[in-house]
Design a protein around this ligand. Sequence first.
Ligand code: AMP
Length: 421
Amino acid sequence: MPVAQASAFAALGLSAPLVRAVQQEGYEKPTPIQTQAIPDALQGRDLLGCAQTGTGKTAAFVLPMLQRLAATPRTGGIRALVLTPTRELAAQICERVSAYGQHLGLRHAVIYGGVGQRAQEIALSRNPDLLVATPGRLLDLMQQGFIRLDRVSILVLDEADRMLDMGFIHDVRRIIATVPKARQTLLFSATMPREIGALADSILIDPVRVSVSPQRTAADTVEQSVFYVEKEGKRALLEKLLRGQGVERTLVFTRTKHGANRVSEQLVRAGIDSAAIHGNKSQSARERALERFRAGSLPVLVATDLAARGIDVEGVSHVINYDLPNVPESYVHRIGRTGRAGASGSAISFCNTEERPLLAGIEKLLRRRIPVAEGEVPRGEPAVMQAPAPRQAAPGNYARPAAPSGARPARRFQPRRSRSR
Ligand code: AMP
């Protein structure tokens, strides 16, 4: 990594072993929450952080915590405690502590419920400097005499609002009551309900307040709608939409190469200039079509997902999903082709009966409904279905794929959505 990038972390006041560790993680530069939080946290200030998972908040508290622990002598007891609501989060934080602390030689342990406690007792007997814990199991082990918190000098409450939602707030208060008052306290919460505000007021002393919101993605900025339309009606609807006002430069997505050819040919026959690009077209044919599309002389480009990857064309006014993609993430990539660089854009999807599960998958990923373009459905057009009855609320559990582990290539920070409650 070039020195200039590494020094962005060093400039926050982080020590060489930590800078080296984040370098090894492939981080290029600090995220906004890290830039805001790390310098003050290193000074020992209390902190109130309003940030969701995916903003890089874990490193924002783990890095300064590790540095301060490494700078002070071991006491033989637990010196830093991180409270977090779930087993998954506890395990993730612990994994981050191992990664960021790899050159420091500090000891850490993680405890959570739902598993036998023997292995955790053994880990605790090794005198960790730092403990990551969920509140229930921590209280349990405290009551059994396995844990004392009277040497804790740094306390972190992570995802405090979630601990509240999960009914842990009393446990959290009981735990905090056993931690020495002379300490640094860092509290992170995605939202600040009244109870968390009250908790923050009672446990933080003159805190620095930092707040970041996740970057808005195409899914937030592009106007989206869906037409319920059967296969036979898609062609007529596409033509109608393409003749509509404000539809200037449009990318139409199909699932297959064959489909892309067919749709493009039908449009040309209907008098709408268009071309298809996909893997079976020669490179020169693809480039020609793209060039015309870019120059504005070709209003409609019909593409498959793969062919569209490298397309970066300014001013695409509409993306039309003639077919819904099989993979929900492709939807987000597709609609990201419009509304770029502050320009407004809209994404219209066609969904037939067979594609309903695909739409459900996309909405689950987006964690919201795509509005039905009811007002625009041509009346009396037999092939266009009525919008189905209001759909059930999407299930609440939108699990994201686990973060990749192992050696990491250089990566740019990609904000993620927080896990739903
Ligand atoms: P978090 O919000 O702490 O759950 O972090 C979200 C993801 O961002 C994790 O996979 C981190 O490894 C990663 N991350 C944290 N800080 C950075 C950074 N400065 N650059 C790149 N990735 C980061």
